[in-house]
Ligand binder design. Structure first.
Ligand SMILES: [Zn+2]
Length: 239
């Protein structure tokens, strides 16, 4: 009987653990609301987002491709990287793209205090504003990880949480795989996640050349399927 009870408790604990992991980490989880995961289901608009920069080399190449193809995008930047490359953030803004907050140090939110998360967000807001004159109204949590206190912190500051509905898995796939994955997950209103930067790790540790190489094919493939690229701000009233 005791064994049986322990099994039931263990099973429930495991089920809760799986659910809790899902609620905190999966982009399509709405446990911590409100979040924007995907834009309007009607129409043919999709939007591109790049995380973890700005990063010397990769950000410039991505900006050049976006300019060539006349595609607007959003860059979720880390405050630490903006401090190192303020010129790149100014270029992002000058070229008409949008900017979001991705914490100062690419903070993994699990088990972090509300105060710590607020510090990371506020420090990054201040850096972005100082460098570019913009104060972002959007935030994307590193790793898509949400934790208690994060949502109220954003709401207090009038900021929206943005996740994503499509990704090229550019942290693990090769160029061809990135293109295939990004196009496979496209739907009207898709928010596409890619990376131009290496968060706050040493530059040599992360190679974004595959993302750079995949980007023209993602843009061409999406347009061939009838999608048009819109700025993320166009989606903000829809969710
Ligand atoms: Zn990130």
């Amino acid at each position: 009987m005791l064994i049986h009870t322990l099994e039931v408790i263990g099973g429930l604990g495991l089920a809760f653990g799986v659910w809790f992991w899902w609620a905190c980490s999966q982009p399509w989880s709405t446990f911590f609301r409100p979040v924007l995961i995907r834009g309007p289901r009607e129409g043919n608009r999709v939007t591109l987002t790049f995380d973890d920069g700005p990063a010397e080399g990769y950000t410039e190449q991505i900006l050049a491709i976006l300019r060539e193809h006349r595609v607007p995008a959003t860059f979720f930047v880390c405050g630490k990287n903006v401090e190192e490359h303020p010129d790149l953030l100014r270029r992002i803004v000058a070229e008409g793209h949008e900017v979001g907050n991705h914490t100062y140090s690419h903070l993994f939110a699990y088990f972090k205090s509300r105060r710590r998360m607020a510090e990371e967000i506020d420090r990054t807001q201040a850096i972005i504003e100082k460098v570019s004159g913009r104060r972002p109204g959007i935030f994307r949590p590193p790793y898509g990880a949400r934790w208690f206190g994060l949502m109220p912190t954003l709401l207090q500051r009038g900021m929206r949480m943005i996740l994503w509905s499509a990704t090229g898995y550019d942290w693990k796939k090769d160029t061809k795989g990135i293109v295939e994955a990004a196009l496979r997950e496209l739907k009207p209103g898709a928010v596409i996640l890619l990376h131009d930067g290496h968060n706050t790790r040493p530059r040599g540790e992360v190679d974004r050349s595959r993302t750079v190489d995949a980007l023209p094919a993602i843009i061409a493939g999406a347009r061939k399927r009838g999608y048009a690229f819109a700025p993320l701000s166009d989606f903000l009233s829809s969710a």
